[in-house]
Design a protein around this ligand. Structure first.
Ligand SMILES: [Zn+2]
Length: 231
C-alpha cells in the first residue's frame, strides 16, 4: 500500500512538473535549479548606481542566462517567469534598504496597443512580485504611455529623445492623488536610460519626487555612468 502511494505521489509529481522555459527540462519550479544558478551568476552587488540625474538599482547585468530569461518572458509568452525574477529583485532591495524606506513603485508602462499584442506588461508583472517581496505600495497605473514609440534600438541618441518626448503622461493612480512618498520607477531592462529619463521627467514636471529606477537587468556599460555609487 505504501509503495502504491509513493508511486502515485511520484506520478502526480511528474504530471505537475512543467518544462523549464530556458532548457526545456522538466522542473518542479518556474525555472529549473541549473538555470536558476546560471541566472544568479548574472547578479551584481545590489546598490544604487549614479547615472546622470536618475540613480539606477539593477539586480543583474543584461547578458547570458538573464538575457535568455527576459527573452523567454517577453517574446516566448512566459509571463509566469516574472514571479521569481521580481521576487529576486525584491530580495536584493530588502538586503540593502531598511524596512521602512518609503517609496511608491510605478512600473514603466507599455503603449496599450503593444500590451494588447503581448497580452501583458512585463514591467508591471515584475513590479507586482517586487512589491510582494518588499511590501512597498504598488501604483500599477501611475503612468500611462500616450504615444506608441518606435523601437529605441533603431534610433540615434537625438532621435531617441525626440521619440520619447511626451511619450508618458500621468496615469489614473496619480492623476488626482499626490503621494508624500517618493516614486520608484521599475522596468525590466535599462540600456540607454532614455525611457527611464522620459518617465522621470513626466513625473518631476508634475511635482512628484522620483527616487530612481529599479531594473531587473542593466546594460554592461550604461551611458552616463561614471562608476559612481550612491547610498
Ligand atoms: Zn532550466
Amino acid at each position: 500500500m505504501k509503495g502504491l502511494k509513493r508511486l502515485l505521489d511520484r506520478g502526480l509529481g511528474v504530471l505537475l512538473e512543467s518544462p523549464c522555459p530556458l532548457c526545456q527540462r522538466s522542473a518542479p519550479t518556474e525555472i529549473c535549479n541549473t538555470c536558476q544558478r546560471r541566472i544568479m551568476a548574472c547578479q551584481v552587488t545590489p546598490t544604487w548606481d549614479k547615472v546622470e540625474n536618475l540613480p539606477v538599482f539593477a539586480w543583474g547585468v543584461y547578458s547570458g542566462a538573464l538575457k535568455q530569461a527576459i527573452a523567454a518572458l517577453k517574446y516566448d509568452n512566459q509571463p509566469h517567469l516574472a514571479h521569481p525574477l521580481g521576487v529576486w529583485m525584491g530580495n536584493a532591495w530588502n538586503q540593502t534598504h531598511p524596512v521602512l524606506t518609503p517609496a511608491i513603485v510605478v512600473p514603466i508602462p507599455m503603449h496599450i496597443s503593444k500590451q494588447r499584442e503581448r497580452g501583458f506588461n512585463q514591467a508591471a508583472l515584475l513590479a507586482r512580485s517586487f512589491c510582494q517581496a518588499t511590501r512597498l505600495p504598488l501604483k500599477a497605473d501611475g503612468l500611462e504611455r500616450q504615444r506608441a514609440t518606435a523601437a529605441q534600438f533603431t534610433l540615434s541618441n537625438l532621435e531617441r529623445q525626440q521619440n520619447l518626448q511626451d511619450a508618458f503622461c500621468l496615469g489614473r493612480a496619480l492623476l488626482h492623488q499626490r503621494p508624500s512618498q517618493p516614486i520608484l520607477l521599475l522596468d525590466d531592462i535599462y540600456t540607454t536610460g532614455a525611457t527611464a529619463q522620459a518617465a522621470a521627467k513626466t513625473l518631476r514636471d508634475r511635482g512628484f519626487q522620483v527616487r530612481g529606477i529599479v531594473v531587473l537587468a542593466r546594460a554592461m556599460r550604461m551611458e552616463g555612468w561614471k562608476g559612481e555609487r550612491v547610498g
